[in-house]
Write a protein that binds this ligand. Structure first.
Ligand code: ADE
Length: 249
């Protein structure tokens, strides 16, 4: 999968992209990230990319010309792939959107800076807008990295384990069950007996129930959309039945 990132801060991407899993993914040609400096498409001596807003008010606005030129030079016209703008006004990113976006061979990501960008970029260049949550950052660079990371790990072969991302929190619509590793006792705290039993069917059922329990405790909203079997519903029903109205789960 190819990502073309358009930014005013190209230098901040390589430390992350050249570490661990994403580095290996690009060495194996599973992921290709190209970072483009929007300033390279300015034509004035000072490489100016922003200007004051029409109508007054504070803050600076990213100019349309360098952004259009940059994206069209890299993607060609018609544009070779979807053009995503990272912005707190976009649809809120989640695992379903990650899966949807990972079906593309190529994506362009525009990282906004300053107070915002000229609306004509949104209207005539951008094809989708993504927010990584209901808070405001100083720019779209960290959100772009988050998107690249979340999408890359869905590409077959990127994660070492062939089972990959199938059990992750959110991949199943539920939060993930708790994990333990050696030692079997640490500072007096043990490991659930069932995990040491070697009984795979019981372990598997225990994990499913822990996922359901954890989701009920922490993110009950997710249960409404999760794909639940009859057995799952019975388990949750029993938990709810055994609780009084004011009990903590
Ligand atoms: N740029 C600034 N804040 C952002 C957010 N929450 N999501 C995506 N891009 C942003």
């Amino acid at each position: 999968m190819k990502f073309d990132i358009f930014t005013l801060l190209p230098e901040i991407f390589s430390p992350y992209l050249e570490s661990s899993i994403l580095k290996r993914a690009s060495e194996r040609d599973l992921v290709n990230v190209q970072v483009h400096d929007i300033r390279d498409w300015t034509h004035d001596r000072h490489h100016i990319t922003d200007d004051t807003p029409y109508g007054g008010g504070g803050g600076m606005i990213m100019k349309p010309e360098p952004l259009f030129e940059a994206v069209e030079a890299v993607l060609g016209t018609p544009l070779a792939c979807p053009v995503l703008l990272l912005t707190p006004q976009g649809r809120v990113f989640n695992q379903v959107i990650a899966r949807e976006l990972s079906s593309h061979q190529q994506l362009a990501l525009i990282c906004g800076r300053y107070e915002g960008l000229d609306e004509r970029v949104r209207q005539h260049l951008v094809t989708d807008e993504i927010s990584i949550g209901d808070y405001v950052l100083t720019g779209g660079e960290l959100p772009a990295l988050i998107l690249v990371d979340a999408l890359s790990r869905l590409i077959p072969g990127v994660l070492g384990d062939p089972k990959g991302a199938t059990d992750d929190s959110h991949a199943t619509g539920l939060l993930e069950y708790p994990h333990y590793t050696r030692p079997p006792e640490f500072r007096g705290w043990g490991v659930p007996e069932i995990l040491l039993s070697g009984d795979h069917a019981r372990v598997s059922r225990w994990r499913r129930e822990q996922s359901l329990l954890r989701t009920l405790q922490r993110r009950p909203d997710l249960l409404e959309k999760a794909d639940l079997s009859e057995k799952d519903k019975e388990f949750l029903g029993n938990i709810r039945k055994n609780l009084g109205d004011h009990d903590e789960i």
